[in-house]
Design a protein around this ligand. Structure first.
Ligand code: RRO
Length: 299
């Protein structure tokens, strides 16, 4: 990748036109919106709102259906890496999409989304460790090529260790993206005394400044506990400073969500130049000079 920055799945990636805009920007890669077997409208509006500290969303998986994104992957010129996010409504749906992707034999990389927080009545799969293990067993059977997973945030060292041990069992699993939005937060408008978004009584996934420390902890712990895998950082990156922090915590590359939604694709060139300036000030020539080298204060 010419740059370590690209879009978080869900932002600027639902339509061909949006994907082309990311492909034509300074982003180092691109990823599609999570797809299901059939197209989906998603949850009722308003379903995304930004605040000075970040965003809340309950989009509900609006997407054009997997065939649309696989067609895009078929005609893509691969001037930069293309990731395809897959988020079936069931394990069987995921297996069906991955079987179809395998048959196409394209150079794109699937990111299997185990962490959509916004489907009423459906808990996030990756909070169920036994179900995650079963899903990865079956995925590895039907898709014997490199793939990754999108994880929700975890909040306890025991859970980091258990999930890392589970993921380390799968050789085909080459990367994990940390983190999806922090699920089921609630933002309240003081004036109207109302929720900001309509679905699920106002509950939605948080992004932006709200989630940076949680994202950094997940990147740091998973990169420490899974030295053979790549960790893609996602959460709270809005300038070169946060991108640097994610890389320092061990990320190989980083995704931009809320900031990209608010600023558009110009964010990639801006954040990249801020990151380069920061590296120059610190005397670093390449990402490997500081990647994963976070210092801690213990003796
Ligand atoms: O579409 C969404 O509501 C959504 C998904 Br699939 C996801 O994985 N994460 C998120 O914050 N929103």
């Amino acid at each position: 990748m010419a740059s370590p920055l690209y879009n978080a799945s869900g932002v600027m990636c639902r339509t061909r036109e949006e994907l082309d805009a990311v492909a034509g920007s300074a982003a180092g890669a691109l990823i599609t919106k999570s797809c299901t077997l059939l197209p989906r409208e998603g949850n009722p509006e308003p379903r995304y709102r930004a605040t000075p500290l970040g965003s809340i969303n309950s989009m509900g998986l609006p997407n054009e259906g997997y065939q649309y994104y696989f067609d895009y992957a078929r005609q893509f010129d691969y001037r930069k890496p293309l990731f395809v996010s897959i988020s079936g409504m069931s394990l069987d749906d995921n297996l069906q999409m991955l079987t179809a992707l395998r048959a196409l034999n394209l150079p794109c990389l699937p990111e299997v989304n185990l962490s959509c927080p916004n489907l009423p009545g459906k808990p996030q799969l990756a909070y169920d460790f036994a179900a995650t293990a079963e899903a990865l067993e079956q995925i590895s059977q039907v898709y014997p090529h490199p793939f990754g997973v999108k994880l929700p945030p975890y909040f306890d060292p025991v859970h980091f260790a258990q999930m890392a041990a589970l993921l380390n069992r799968f050789d085909g699993l080459r990367f994990v993206t940390c983190i999806n939005s922090v699920g089921n937060g609630l933002l309240v408008d003081l004036e109207s005394e109302s929720t900001l978004i309509r679905p699920k009584g106002g509950l939605g996934g948080l992004g932006g400044d709200y989630v940076l420390p949680t994202a950094l902890a997940n990147v740091r712990e998973f990169s420490r506990l899974m030295p053979e895998k790549h960790v893609i950082g996602c959460g709270g990156i809005k300038s070169g400073a946060e991108a640097f922090m994610h890389l320092l915590c061990g990320a190989t590359a980083v995704q931009i969500g809320t900031c990209l939604h608010e600023e558009g694709v110009a964010a990639f060139a801006r954040i990249e130049s801020e990151l380069i300036e920061l590296m120059q000030r610190k005397g670093y020539q390449c990402l490997a000079d500081f990647r994963g080298k976070l210092k801690t204060l213990d003796c």
